[in-house]
Design a protein around this ligand. Structure first.
Ligand code: UD1
Length: 422
Protein backbone atom coordinates (compact mmCIF):
# COMPACT_ATOMS: atom_id res chain seq x y z
CA UNK A 1 0.00 0.00 0.00
CA UNK A 2 1.27 3.49 -0.81
CA UNK A 3 2.05 6.16 1.76
CA UNK A 4 3.36 9.74 1.68
CA UNK A 5 6.43 10.94 3.51
CA UNK A 6 6.26 14.70 4.14
CA UNK A 7 8.88 16.95 5.67
CA UNK A 8 7.14 20.03 6.95
CA UNK A 9 8.26 23.62 6.84
CA UNK A 10 8.52 24.42 3.13
CA UNK A 11 6.78 27.54 1.84
CA UNK A 12 4.83 26.84 -1.34
CA UNK A 13 5.33 28.93 -4.48
CA UNK A 14 5.13 28.69 -8.27
CA UNK A 15 2.22 27.68 -10.45
CA UNK A 16 -0.12 24.75 -11.07
CA UNK A 17 -3.32 23.93 -12.96
CA UNK A 18 -6.50 22.58 -11.39
CA UNK A 19 -7.85 19.31 -12.83
CA UNK A 20 -11.36 18.46 -13.99
CA UNK A 21 -14.11 17.86 -11.47
CA UNK A 22 -14.45 14.28 -10.20
CA UNK A 23 -17.99 14.79 -8.97
CA UNK A 24 -19.12 16.21 -12.32
CA UNK A 25 -17.27 13.63 -14.43
CA UNK A 26 -18.88 10.65 -12.63
CA UNK A 27 -22.55 11.45 -13.39
CA UNK A 28 -21.69 12.70 -16.88
CA UNK A 29 -19.96 9.38 -17.66
CA UNK A 30 -23.03 7.55 -16.34
CA UNK A 31 -25.23 9.79 -18.51
CA UNK A 32 -23.37 8.47 -21.56
CA UNK A 33 -25.49 5.32 -21.06
CA UNK A 34 -28.44 7.35 -22.35
CA UNK A 35 -26.80 8.03 -25.70
CA UNK A 36 -26.46 5.58 -28.59
CA UNK A 37 -23.24 6.77 -30.22
CA UNK A 38 -19.84 7.99 -29.19
CA UNK A 39 -19.36 10.89 -26.77
CA UNK A 40 -16.15 12.74 -25.99
CA UNK A 41 -15.65 14.18 -22.54
CA UNK A 42 -12.57 16.37 -22.08
CA UNK A 43 -10.86 17.37 -18.86
CA UNK A 44 -11.58 14.16 -16.98
CA UNK A 45 -9.16 13.64 -14.08
CA UNK A 46 -7.20 10.39 -13.98
CA UNK A 47 -8.53 9.05 -10.67
CA UNK A 48 -9.42 5.73 -9.15
CA UNK A 49 -13.12 6.68 -8.93
CA UNK A 50 -13.16 7.51 -12.65
CA UNK A 51 -11.56 4.14 -13.47
CA UNK A 52 -14.20 2.45 -11.28
CA UNK A 53 -16.95 4.19 -13.26
CA UNK A 54 -15.26 3.11 -16.49
CA UNK A 55 -15.28 -0.53 -15.27
CA UNK A 56 -18.97 -0.31 -14.36
CA UNK A 57 -19.80 1.11 -17.81
CA UNK A 58 -17.70 -1.56 -19.56
CA UNK A 59 -19.52 -4.24 -17.60
CA UNK A 60 -22.77 -2.84 -19.04
CA UNK A 61 -21.43 -3.19 -22.59
CA UNK A 62 -20.05 0.30 -23.13
CA UNK A 63 -16.85 0.69 -25.13
CA UNK A 64 -14.73 3.23 -23.30
CA UNK A 65 -11.29 4.68 -23.97
CA UNK A 66 -9.31 7.20 -22.00
CA UNK A 67 -6.33 9.18 -23.19
CA UNK A 68 -4.77 12.42 -22.08
CA UNK A 69 -7.73 13.40 -19.85
CA UNK A 70 -10.23 12.78 -22.65
CA UNK A 71 -12.81 10.02 -22.34
CA UNK A 72 -14.50 8.41 -25.32
CA UNK A 73 -17.61 6.45 -24.42
CA UNK A 74 -19.75 4.52 -26.86
CA UNK A 75 -22.95 3.10 -25.37
CA UNK A 76 -24.54 2.08 -28.68
CA UNK A 77 -24.86 -1.56 -27.59
CA UNK A 78 -25.70 -2.21 -23.96
CA UNK A 79 -25.31 -5.86 -23.05
CA UNK A 80 -26.29 -5.84 -19.36
CA UNK A 81 -28.53 -3.91 -16.99
CA UNK A 82 -26.70 -5.01 -13.84
CA UNK A 83 -24.07 -3.14 -11.82
CA UNK A 84 -22.59 -5.83 -9.57
CA UNK A 85 -21.68 -5.52 -5.91
CA UNK A 86 -17.95 -5.95 -6.46
CA UNK A 87 -17.87 -2.74 -8.52
CA UNK A 88 -20.44 -0.66 -6.67
CA UNK A 89 -18.85 -1.36 -3.27
CA UNK A 90 -15.71 0.46 -4.46
CA UNK A 91 -17.60 3.66 -5.13
CA UNK A 92 -20.95 4.88 -3.97
CA UNK A 93 -21.37 7.06 -7.07
CA UNK A 94 -21.91 3.85 -9.12
CA UNK A 95 -25.58 4.30 -8.12
CA UNK A 96 -25.62 6.99 -10.85
CA UNK A 97 -26.15 4.23 -13.46
CA UNK A 98 -29.62 3.50 -12.03
CA UNK A 99 -31.48 6.40 -13.69
CA UNK A 100 -29.83 6.09 -17.12
CA UNK A 101 -30.33 2.28 -17.27
CA UNK A 102 -34.00 2.61 -16.36
CA UNK A 103 -34.50 5.32 -18.97
CA UNK A 104 -32.64 3.55 -21.76
CA UNK A 105 -33.39 -0.15 -21.13
CA UNK A 106 -36.50 0.06 -18.96
CA UNK A 107 -34.82 -1.99 -16.26
CA UNK A 108 -31.86 -1.89 -13.89
CA UNK A 109 -30.33 -4.09 -11.22
CA UNK A 110 -27.80 -2.13 -9.19
CA UNK A 111 -26.09 -3.25 -6.01
CA UNK A 112 -26.88 -1.07 -3.00
CA UNK A 113 -23.78 1.00 -2.18
CA UNK A 114 -22.11 -0.38 0.90
CA UNK A 115 -21.28 1.38 4.13
CA UNK A 116 -19.06 4.38 4.17
CA UNK A 117 -16.39 5.77 6.45
CA UNK A 118 -18.92 8.38 7.47
CA UNK A 119 -22.49 7.36 7.29
CA UNK A 120 -25.25 6.47 7.12
CA UNK A 121 -25.58 7.57 3.51
CA UNK A 122 -28.90 6.19 2.28
CA UNK A 123 -30.20 6.11 -1.32
CA UNK A 124 -33.89 6.31 -0.41
CA UNK A 125 -34.35 9.60 -2.30
CA UNK A 126 -32.94 8.07 -5.50
CA UNK A 127 -35.37 5.15 -5.21
CA UNK A 128 -38.36 7.32 -4.34
CA UNK A 129 -37.58 9.50 -7.37
CA UNK A 130 -37.59 6.46 -9.69
CA UNK A 131 -40.89 5.27 -8.18
CA UNK A 132 -42.49 8.64 -8.77
CA UNK A 133 -41.40 8.38 -12.42
CA UNK A 134 -43.47 5.18 -12.54
CA UNK A 135 -40.81 2.54 -11.91
CA UNK A 136 -41.44 -0.52 -9.79
CA UNK A 137 -38.59 -0.66 -7.31
CA UNK A 138 -37.75 -3.56 -5.00
CA UNK A 139 -34.75 -4.88 -3.11
CA UNK A 140 -33.38 -8.34 -3.84
CA UNK A 141 -30.34 -9.75 -2.03
CA UNK A 142 -28.68 -6.37 -1.65
CA UNK A 143 -29.62 -5.21 -5.12
CA UNK A 144 -32.01 -2.46 -6.18
CA UNK A 145 -34.22 -3.93 -8.87
CA UNK A 146 -36.13 -1.34 -10.87
CA UNK A 147 -38.45 -1.72 -13.80
CA UNK A 148 -40.09 0.98 -15.87
CA UNK A 149 -43.81 0.66 -16.69
CA UNK A 150 -44.93 -0.44 -20.16
CA UNK A 151 -44.33 2.52 -22.45
CA UNK A 152 -41.44 3.81 -20.33
CA UNK A 153 -40.99 6.26 -17.45
CA UNK A 154 -43.49 9.10 -17.03
CA UNK A 155 -42.78 12.67 -16.02
CA UNK A 156 -43.71 13.51 -12.41
CA UNK A 157 -43.59 16.17 -9.72
CA UNK A 158 -40.84 15.28 -7.27
CA UNK A 159 -40.15 17.25 -4.12
CA UNK A 160 -37.13 16.11 -2.14
CA UNK A 161 -37.19 16.39 1.66
CA UNK A 162 -33.42 16.80 1.68
CA UNK A 163 -31.33 18.49 -1.00
CA UNK A 164 -29.31 15.62 -2.52
CA UNK A 165 -26.71 15.95 -5.26
CA UNK A 166 -26.86 12.27 -6.18
CA UNK A 167 -30.67 11.93 -6.18
CA UNK A 168 -31.11 15.14 -8.20
CA UNK A 169 -28.62 13.90 -10.82
CA UNK A 170 -30.07 10.40 -10.96
CA UNK A 171 -33.66 11.59 -11.36
CA UNK A 172 -32.62 14.18 -13.95
CA UNK A 173 -30.94 11.46 -16.03
CA UNK A 174 -33.97 9.18 -15.76
CA UNK A 175 -36.39 11.99 -16.64
CA UNK A 176 -34.74 13.21 -19.85
CA UNK A 177 -36.23 10.29 -21.82
CA UNK A 178 -39.50 10.06 -19.81
CA UNK A 179 -42.86 10.94 -21.32
CA UNK A 180 -43.91 14.47 -20.38
CA UNK A 181 -42.61 16.96 -17.86
CA UNK A 182 -40.76 16.25 -14.63
CA UNK A 183 -40.31 18.95 -12.01
CA UNK A 184 -37.76 18.44 -9.24
CA UNK A 185 -38.27 20.68 -6.20
CA UNK A 186 -35.60 21.25 -3.56
CA UNK A 187 -33.14 20.16 -6.25
CA UNK A 188 -29.41 20.36 -5.57
CA UNK A 189 -27.82 23.52 -6.98
CA UNK A 190 -24.24 22.27 -6.91
CA UNK A 191 -22.15 23.21 -9.98
CA UNK A 192 -21.65 19.50 -10.69
CA UNK A 193 -25.42 19.14 -11.23
CA UNK A 194 -25.41 22.21 -13.47
CA UNK A 195 -22.56 20.64 -15.47
CA UNK A 196 -24.54 17.41 -15.83
CA UNK A 197 -27.59 19.38 -17.04
CA UNK A 198 -25.41 21.31 -19.51
CA UNK A 199 -24.04 18.01 -20.85
CA UNK A 200 -27.54 16.54 -21.24
CA UNK A 201 -28.79 19.72 -22.95
CA UNK A 202 -25.84 19.60 -25.37
CA UNK A 203 -26.95 16.02 -26.18
CA UNK A 204 -30.51 17.18 -26.95
CA UNK A 205 -32.28 17.06 -23.55
CA UNK A 206 -34.77 19.76 -22.55
CA UNK A 207 -33.91 21.02 -19.07
CA UNK A 208 -34.61 24.36 -17.40
CA UNK A 209 -33.87 25.78 -13.98
CA UNK A 210 -30.62 23.88 -13.30
CA UNK A 211 -28.56 25.90 -10.86
CA UNK A 212 -31.78 26.73 -8.96
CA UNK A 213 -33.82 24.63 -6.54
CA UNK A 214 -36.51 23.88 -9.14
CA UNK A 215 -35.50 21.95 -12.23
CA UNK A 216 -37.96 21.20 -15.03
CA UNK A 217 -37.26 18.46 -17.56
CA UNK A 218 -39.33 17.83 -20.68
CA UNK A 219 -38.75 14.30 -21.90
CA UNK A 220 -37.42 13.84 -25.46
CA UNK A 221 -37.45 10.79 -27.76
CA UNK A 222 -33.68 10.33 -27.72
CA UNK A 223 -30.30 11.98 -27.19
CA UNK A 224 -27.45 12.33 -29.66
CA UNK A 225 -23.64 12.07 -29.39
CA UNK A 226 -21.83 15.12 -28.12
CA UNK A 227 -18.42 16.55 -27.21
CA UNK A 228 -18.21 18.26 -23.85
CA UNK A 229 -15.63 19.89 -21.61
CA UNK A 230 -15.86 19.11 -17.91
CA UNK A 231 -15.73 21.88 -15.28
CA UNK A 232 -12.70 22.35 -13.01
CA UNK A 233 -12.76 20.69 -9.60
CA UNK A 234 -13.82 23.27 -7.00
CA UNK A 235 -12.79 21.01 -4.09
CA UNK A 236 -9.30 20.52 -5.54
CA UNK A 237 -9.12 24.29 -6.12
CA UNK A 238 -9.97 24.90 -2.46
CA UNK A 239 -7.52 22.22 -1.31
CA UNK A 240 -4.56 23.65 -3.24
CA UNK A 241 -5.44 27.18 -2.09
CA UNK A 242 -5.51 25.90 1.49
CA UNK A 243 -2.12 24.19 1.01
CA UNK A 244 -0.60 27.46 -0.23
CA UNK A 245 -2.25 29.39 2.61
CA UNK A 246 -1.16 27.06 5.42
CA UNK A 247 2.50 27.37 4.42
CA UNK A 248 2.28 31.17 4.13
CA UNK A 249 3.25 30.82 0.47
CA UNK A 250 2.37 32.67 -2.70
CA UNK A 251 1.39 30.72 -5.82
CA UNK A 252 -0.57 30.86 -9.02
CA UNK A 253 -3.49 28.58 -10.00
CA UNK A 254 -4.74 28.15 -13.56
CA UNK A 255 -7.97 26.72 -14.92
CA UNK A 256 -10.25 27.79 -12.07
CA UNK A 257 -13.96 28.79 -12.09
CA UNK A 258 -13.95 31.68 -9.57
CA UNK A 259 -17.75 32.05 -9.99
CA UNK A 260 -18.17 28.63 -8.31
CA UNK A 261 -15.81 29.45 -5.43
CA UNK A 262 -17.41 32.50 -3.76
CA UNK A 263 -17.87 31.11 -0.24
CA UNK A 264 -14.44 29.44 -0.24
CA UNK A 265 -12.78 32.70 -1.29
CA UNK A 266 -14.74 34.57 1.40
CA UNK A 267 -13.69 32.17 4.16
CA UNK A 268 -10.05 32.20 3.07
CA UNK A 269 -10.18 35.98 2.92
CA UNK A 270 -11.58 36.05 6.48
CA UNK A 271 -8.60 33.92 7.53
CA UNK A 272 -6.21 36.51 6.11
CA UNK A 273 -5.46 34.92 2.74
CA UNK A 274 -4.93 37.28 -0.21
CA UNK A 275 -6.64 36.21 -3.45
CA UNK A 276 -6.25 38.01 -6.78
CA UNK A 277 -8.56 36.80 -9.52
CA UNK A 278 -7.84 37.33 -13.19
CA UNK A 279 -10.22 35.53 -15.51
CA UNK A 280 -9.73 31.83 -14.82
CA UNK A 281 -6.53 32.16 -12.85
CA UNK A 282 -5.71 33.08 -9.28
CA UNK A 283 -2.80 34.37 -7.27
CA UNK A 284 -2.98 33.16 -3.68
CA UNK A 285 -0.96 34.71 -0.85
CA UNK A 286 -0.92 33.03 2.56
CA UNK A 287 -0.57 35.29 5.62
CA UNK A 288 2.20 35.08 8.19
CA UNK A 289 -0.37 33.44 10.50
CA UNK A 290 -3.92 32.46 9.60
CA UNK A 291 -6.81 33.90 11.65
CA UNK A 292 -9.36 31.52 13.20
CA UNK A 293 -12.93 31.67 11.85
CA UNK A 294 -16.19 29.77 12.40
CA UNK A 295 -17.41 27.48 9.63
CA UNK A 296 -20.73 25.75 8.94
CA UNK A 297 -21.07 23.28 6.08
CA UNK A 298 -24.13 23.73 3.92
CA UNK A 299 -25.45 22.78 0.51
CA UNK A 300 -24.22 24.96 -2.37
CA UNK A 301 -23.74 27.92 -2.40
CA UNK A 302 -22.88 27.33 1.27
CA UNK A 303 -19.52 26.05 2.47
CA UNK A 304 -18.91 22.53 1.06
CA UNK A 305 -18.68 19.55 3.42
CA UNK A 306 -15.92 18.22 1.15
CA UNK A 307 -13.66 21.08 2.33
CA UNK A 308 -14.53 20.78 6.02
CA UNK A 309 -11.56 18.53 6.94
CA UNK A 310 -9.16 20.60 4.86
CA UNK A 311 -10.20 23.87 6.49
CA UNK A 312 -10.01 22.23 9.89
CA UNK A 313 -6.33 21.61 9.16
CA UNK A 314 -5.98 25.38 8.60
CA UNK A 315 -7.73 26.14 11.90
CA UNK A 316 -5.32 23.81 13.71
CA UNK A 317 -2.52 26.34 13.23
CA UNK A 318 -4.58 29.57 13.07
CA UNK A 319 -4.52 32.31 15.65
CA UNK A 320 -7.53 31.87 17.98
CA UNK A 321 -10.44 29.44 18.24
CA UNK A 322 -12.81 28.48 15.44
CA UNK A 323 -16.01 26.44 15.62
CA UNK A 324 -16.76 23.99 12.80
CA UNK A 325 -20.35 22.75 12.39
CA UNK A 326 -21.00 19.86 10.02
CA UNK A 327 -24.64 19.91 8.88
CA UNK A 328 -24.50 17.51 5.91
CA UNK A 329 -22.83 14.43 7.44
CA UNK A 330 -22.95 14.73 11.22
CA UNK A 331 -20.13 12.24 11.87
CA UNK A 332 -17.70 13.24 9.13
CA UNK A 333 -14.86 13.76 11.58
CA UNK A 334 -12.44 10.84 11.12
CA UNK A 335 -9.66 13.42 10.63
CA UNK A 336 -10.02 14.76 14.19
CA UNK A 337 -8.10 12.04 16.08
CA UNK A 338 -5.43 12.01 13.37
CA UNK A 339 -4.97 15.80 13.45
CA UNK A 340 -4.73 15.45 17.24
CA UNK A 341 -1.82 13.04 16.68
CA UNK A 342 -0.04 15.94 14.97
CA UNK A 343 -0.65 18.02 18.11
CA UNK A 344 -3.87 19.80 17.17
CA UNK A 345 -6.18 21.11 19.90
CA UNK A 346 -9.68 20.00 18.86
CA UNK A 347 -12.71 19.32 21.07
CA UNK A 348 -15.43 17.36 19.33
CA UNK A 349 -18.99 17.48 20.56
CA UNK A 350 -21.43 15.73 18.18
CA UNK A 351 -21.36 17.52 14.85
CA UNK A 352 -19.45 20.50 16.28
CA UNK A 353 -15.68 20.79 16.57
CA UNK A 354 -13.99 23.56 18.51
CA UNK A 355 -10.48 24.09 17.18
CA UNK A 356 -7.93 26.23 18.99
CA UNK A 357 -4.89 26.96 16.88
CA UNK A 358 -1.48 25.91 18.17
CA UNK A 359 1.77 27.65 17.18
CA UNK A 360 3.14 24.44 15.70
CA UNK A 361 2.18 20.87 14.79
CA UNK A 362 4.63 17.99 15.12
CA UNK A 363 5.16 15.25 12.53
CA UNK A 364 3.64 11.80 13.24
CA UNK A 365 2.25 8.66 11.60
CA UNK A 366 -1.35 9.30 10.56
CA UNK A 367 -3.95 7.39 8.63
CA UNK A 368 -7.50 7.83 7.61
CA UNK A 369 -10.41 6.12 5.99
CA UNK A 370 -11.73 9.06 4.02
CA UNK A 371 -10.54 10.90 0.95
CA UNK A 372 -10.82 14.48 2.22
CA UNK A 373 -9.69 13.57 5.73
CA UNK A 374 -6.47 12.12 4.30
CA UNK A 375 -5.90 15.39 2.54
CA UNK A 376 -6.23 17.26 5.83
CA UNK A 377 -3.32 15.11 7.09
CA UNK A 378 -1.23 16.12 4.11
CA UNK A 379 -1.89 19.78 4.89
CA UNK A 380 -0.99 19.21 8.53
CA UNK A 381 2.20 17.47 7.40
CA UNK A 382 3.20 20.44 5.24
CA UNK A 383 3.57 22.63 8.34
CA UNK A 384 4.37 20.06 11.03
CA UNK A 385 7.83 20.05 12.48
CA UNK A 386 9.78 16.98 11.31
CA UNK A 387 8.43 14.06 9.33
CA UNK A 388 4.81 13.05 8.81
CA UNK A 389 3.89 9.71 7.25
CA UNK A 390 0.37 9.57 5.81
CA UNK A 391 -0.64 5.93 5.41
CA UNK A 392 -3.20 4.44 3.03
CA UNK A 393 -3.07 7.24 0.50
CA UNK A 394 -5.25 5.23 -1.88
CA UNK A 395 -8.07 7.29 -0.41
CA UNK A 396 -6.44 10.44 -1.75
CA UNK A 397 -5.91 8.78 -5.14
CA UNK A 398 -9.68 8.37 -5.39
CA UNK A 399 -10.11 12.12 -5.64
CA UNK A 400 -6.82 13.91 -6.37
CA UNK A 401 -4.60 13.19 -9.36
CA UNK A 402 -0.93 12.79 -8.36
CA UNK A 403 -1.36 15.31 -5.53
CA UNK A 404 2.17 14.66 -4.29
CA UNK A 405 3.73 15.60 -7.65
CA UNK A 406 1.66 18.76 -7.85
CA UNK A 407 2.59 19.80 -4.30
CA UNK A 408 6.25 18.98 -5.04
CA UNK A 409 6.10 21.26 -8.08
CA UNK A 410 4.97 24.00 -5.70
CA UNK A 411 8.00 23.30 -3.49
CA UNK A 412 6.64 20.86 -0.90
CA UNK A 413 8.88 18.05 0.33
CA UNK A 414 6.60 15.09 -0.19
CA UNK A 415 7.14 11.69 -1.78
CA UNK A 416 5.25 8.49 -2.26
CA UNK A 417 6.56 5.12 -1.20
CA UNK A 418 5.14 1.63 -1.03
CA UNK A 419 4.98 0.07 2.40
CA UNK A 420 4.76 -3.55 3.38
CA UNK A 421 1.74 -5.06 5.01
CA UNK A 422 -1.96 -5.61 4.34
C1 UD1 B 1 -22.11 14.16 -3.22
C2 UD1 B 1 -20.62 14.16 -3.42
C3 UD1 B 1 -19.88 14.18 -2.09
C4 UD1 B 1 -20.38 15.33 -1.22
C5 UD1 B 1 -21.91 15.31 -1.12
C6 UD1 B 1 -22.47 16.52 -0.40
C7 UD1 B 1 -20.38 12.93 -5.51
C8 UD1 B 1 -19.90 11.71 -6.20
N1 UD1 B 1 -20.24 12.97 -4.17
O1 UD1 B 1 -22.43 12.94 -2.55
O2 UD1 B 1 -18.48 14.34 -2.37
O3 UD1 B 1 -19.81 15.24 0.04
O4 UD1 B 1 -22.50 15.28 -2.44
O5 UD1 B 1 -22.12 17.67 -1.07
O6 UD1 B 1 -20.82 13.87 -6.12
N2 UD1 B 1 -29.41 11.63 1.54
C9 UD1 B 1 -30.49 10.91 1.96
N3 UD1 B 1 -31.06 10.03 1.08
C10 UD1 B 1 -30.61 9.85 -0.19
C11 UD1 B 1 -29.47 10.61 -0.60
C12 UD1 B 1 -28.90 11.50 0.29
O7 UD1 B 1 -30.96 11.04 3.09
O8 UD1 B 1 -31.16 9.04 -0.94
C13 UD1 B 1 -28.78 12.60 2.49
C14 UD1 B 1 -27.34 12.23 2.82
O9 UD1 B 1 -27.25 11.29 3.86
C15 UD1 B 1 -26.77 13.59 3.19
C16 UD1 B 1 -27.53 14.56 2.27
O10 UD1 B 1 -28.67 13.84 1.83
O11 UD1 B 1 -27.05 13.92 4.53
C17 UD1 B 1 -26.74 15.00 1.07
O12 UD1 B 1 -26.20 13.90 0.38
P1 UD1 B 1 -25.99 13.90 -1.20
O13 UD1 B 1 -26.03 15.31 -1.68
O14 UD1 B 1 -26.92 12.93 -1.82
O15 UD1 B 1 -24.51 13.34 -1.34
P2 UD1 B 1 -23.94 12.44 -2.50
O16 UD1 B 1 -24.61 12.76 -3.80
O17 UD1 B 1 -23.90 11.02 -2.07
Amino acid sequence: MDAFRIRGGRTLGGSTTVGGSKNAALPILAAALLIPGRIFLRRVPHLRDVVTMQRVLEHLGVVAGYEDHCFQVDATELTSHEAPWDMVRRMRASIYVLGPLLARLGKARVSLPGGCAWGPRPVDLHLRGMELLGAKVSLDQGYVVAEAPKGGLRGAHISFDVSSVGATGNVMMAAVLAKGRTVIENAAREPEITALADFLIAAGAKIEGHGTTTIAIDGVEGLHPVEFENIPDRIETGTIMAAIAITGGRAHLEGVRPDQMAIVFDRLHDMGVGIEVEGRSLEVQGPERLRAIDLTTQVYPGFPTDLQAIFMALLCVADGTGVVKETIYSDRFSHVPELQRLGANIKLDGPVARVTGVPKLTGAHVLSTDLRASCAMVLGGLVAEGETIVHRVYHIDRGYERIEERLSTLGAEIDRFTEEGP
